[in-house]
Design a binder for this molecule. Structure first.
Ligand code: GLN
Length: 484
């Protein structure tokens, strides 16, 4: 049953064809059987899941269930969960049990969703392949020698492998869209400030945003509706009314203006990705959309700007992991300074250390203006380009990732190659815009290719509407990897 749409699962629950306890049991059994192949979960909470499922069944019996009541769900291990450890993919937090829930976790608990566990991720959400996890790499269910993408690779793999129908993720530079693309599922990152960051372990605070993974845009709309909304505990949370992202899914696409950025289609994308992306855009034309060329001249500066701003914020955010306030503490040390040094040297992995070093450097007195301030100015230019483009179009379509899933180990020795995986996604975070990835076909090695749709601020409903209409006439999103 858990490979069905959320709507069908909810109907089956309502009609008593299945119970929430049966759904949780099904999800837990699949995790037990299939997770060893993909390593998508860091922690499984069997007891918690069954307790939540029993409560959901009572709610269903009482007639007070919502659309997510009784639905099994996984949280990226960046969201704090009271009583269940939250590792952020790091040795630093391998034994950390949060005393409170992240706002997103609270909202989904209140909605009656049943958390079965926490998913693997690149350490502190830094990475594009999930190879930076202290808990070992997650594998792509479509081909287990390839990466699922990152940093929310565990959540994407868990949904693609049909271990859970929905999962949460976070996206700082592409970490929802890129793994969604590489794993052949749908994933959305909303406008910055839509999903509360309270209890979501911070990587780069001005870029981090929570979002949703599902089999389809329709399912993502349900999950995103439940997890977004104003939260006074997050000062960057937007003071807007909560939105029902499912309301406009059925709107026809006639007249939709789809912008195609010249720079994204110029070079860099592999031929198999281009073929799938072109075919998907042709499908949108058949649905009544028109296409128009737009330009994002400063998008080429997105990766350099991001790799100044994100490490700068990370170096500040990660200073709290010192073995005193939080995290791993070295067993032997001579004095306080030695304890800090040894605890952080042991607790953080190489990529995290690299970013702390870069971030500290760009924020240092002599270099702040040359790097950090300059990067912030580029950020403004990039955001302005999008506003100019949205004068001519309603949504922007582009590839998500320059290639299909790459091999485990293929890029892990070359950070710059790894950083380039996010060449089409990072500008969106710098501008704070909403964007999604939906399955658009298959490329070399029969691996999935995604299409990115980028909207203007608060354009989530339109993006989900477009993807939903696309999914009414295509079945890429319904394909399941062999053996799962
Ligand atoms: N791959 C990018 C990075 O390593 C983005 C990660 C993310 O979105 N969390 O920073």
């Amino acid at each position: 049953m858990i490979d069905s749409s959320l709507k069908d699962i909810a109907a089956a629950l309502r009609d008593r064809k299945v119970s929430a306890v049966e759904l949780a049991t099904e999800s837990l059994a699949r995790i037990e059987a299939r997770n060893p192949k993909v390593n998508a979960f860091v922690t499984v909470d069997r007891e918690g899941a069954l307790t939540a499922a029993r409560a959901a069944d009572q709610r269903i019996a009482a007639g007070t269930a919502g659309p997510l009541t009784g639905i099994p769900l996984a949280h990226k291990d960046v969201f704090c969960t009271e009583g269940v450890r939250t590792t952020c993919g790091s040795k630093m937090l391998a034994n950390f049990v949060s005393p409170y829930d992240a706002h997103v976790v609270t909202l989904l608990r209140q909605a009656g969703a049943v958390m079965v566990g926490k998913t693997n991720m690149d350490e502190f959400a830094m990475g594009s392949s999930n190879e930076n996890s202290h808990f070992g790499p997650t594998r792509n269910p479509w081909h287990t020698d390839t990466v699922p993408g990152g940093s929310s690779g565990g959540s994407a793999a868990a949904v693609a492998a049909r271990l859970v129908p929905i999962a949460t993720g976070t996206d700082t530079g592409g970490s929802i869209r890129q793994p969604a693309s590489l794993c052949g599922i749908t994933g959305i990152k909303p406008t910055y400030g839509t999903v509360s960051r309270y209890g979501m372990i911070a990587y780069a605070s001005s870029l981090d945003q929570g979002g949703a993974f599902g089999y389809s845009a329709e399912d993502c709309a349900l999950l995103l509706s439940a997890m977004s909304g104003h939260d006074p505990r997050d000062s960057t949370s937007l003071e807007r009314d909560t939105e029902d992202y499912s309301a406009a899914l059925d709107k026809p696409l006639a007249g939709l203006r789809v912008g195609l950025p010249t720079e994204f289609f110029a070079a860099g994308m592999s031929d198999d990705v281009r073929a799938a992306v072109d075919a998907a855009i042709a499908e949108y034309r058949k649905l009544g959309a028109t296409t128009v060329e737009v330009s994002l001249p400063n998008a080429r500066l997105a990766i350099p700007a991001y790799y100044v701003i994100a490490p700068a914020e990370a170096s500040s955010n990660l200073s709290r992991f010192d073995g005193v306030r939080y995290g791993h503490r070295a067993a032997d040390y001579s004095d306080l300074n030695d304890m800090y040094c040894k605890s952080r040297a042991q607790g953080f992995g190489d990529e995290v250390k690299r970013r702390i070093l870069v971030g500290t450097y760009v924020l240092s007195h002599g270099y702040y203006d040359a790097y950090y301030i300059k990067a912030q100015k580029l950020r403004r230019l990039i955001a302005n380009d999008f506003q100019a483009a949205f004068q001519k179009c309603d949504v922007i379509a582009s590839p998500v990732s320059p290639s299909v899933a790459f091999g485990i180990g293929e890029k892990s020795g070359d950070p710059v190659q790894m950083y380039l995986s996010d060449i089409y996604t990072i500008a969106v975070n710098l501008a704070g815009l909403p964007a999604l990835s939906h399955p658009a076909g298959f490329g070399s090695g029969d691996l999935p290719v995604g299409l990115q749709l980028i909207g203007n601020y608060f354009g989530e409903a339109r993006l989900l509407n477009a993807a939903h209409q696309f999914q009414q006439v295509t079945d890429w999103h319904a394909r399941v990897p062999a053996g799962f």
